[in-house]
Design a protein around this ligand. Structure first.
Ligand SMILES: [Cu+2]
Length: 200
């Protein structure tokens, strides 16, 4: 057998292996833009509502800081079941409470202290501080780990999404209930990304 034949057979063999076992692709990403006049000032959370038949377990503890009398980030999407840690980075005491869904008051904490809460139910939870009525933040608890927050131009990217047709939902503090109820769809083919324009 001459060298050319060996090389040809080797290339054919590699092609076959690639066809049978496609490499995991970075391309399975949903990218898009949220078209909304408020998006520069008030970021919008974009997320896959659910993957039927699949439940997800949180792998980390998301953090919401209290700094300069603000909740940072102002909006934080988390996977249901997540334990969120609230850190106080100011020299003064802060409190963390939410009147939403099951509601909670985590008490007061001084500088450097961390208090936490585990979110067992999906939904939007306004974060308030009893000591500083001007403070407000939002934790949006969703059923999948496929969520993201828009940049100031309204662009977003959700990575490593399983192939299939996905129902996307949005949440933003300046969006109306009718806008929050809307469904948007993105079809992700294996090895390919999807691009969607969302007009809430
Ligand atoms: Cu406070």
């Amino acid at each position: 057998m001459n060298t050319a034949k060996v090389v040809t057979r080797f290339i054919l063999f590699l092609s076959l292996v690639y066809l049978l076992y496609p490499l995991p692709s970075e391309a399975e990403t949903i990218t898009g833009t949220v078209k909304n006049p408020w998006v520069a000032k008030f970021p919008v959370i974009v997320y896959i509502d659910e993957i039927p038949g699949t439940t997800f377990t949180p792998k980390n503890h998301p953090v919401m800081d209290q700094k300069n009398k603000e909740f940072i980030p102002r909006v934080l999407p988390v996977l249901v079941g997540s334990t969120v840690e609230f850190t106080n980075q100011d020299d003064i005491e802060h409190n963390v409470l939410s009147p939403d869904n099951e509601g909670y008051d985590l008490g007061n904490a001084g500088k450097g202290q961390v208090i936490s809460y585990t979110f067992k139910n999906p939904g939007v939870y306004a974060q308030l501080c009893r000591l500083h009525p001007e403070m407000v933040g939002y934790i949006v608890v969703v059923k999948t780990p496929y969520f993201t927050v828009t940049d100031p131009e309204g662009n977003f990217k959700i990575e490593n999404v399983p192939p299939g047709q996905h129902k996307l939902k949005v949440w933003g503090e300046r969006l109306k209930p009718t806008q929050l109820r809307k469904d948007f769809f993105a079809t992700v083919e294996s090895g390919k990304g999807a691009s969607v324009e969302i007009q809430p």
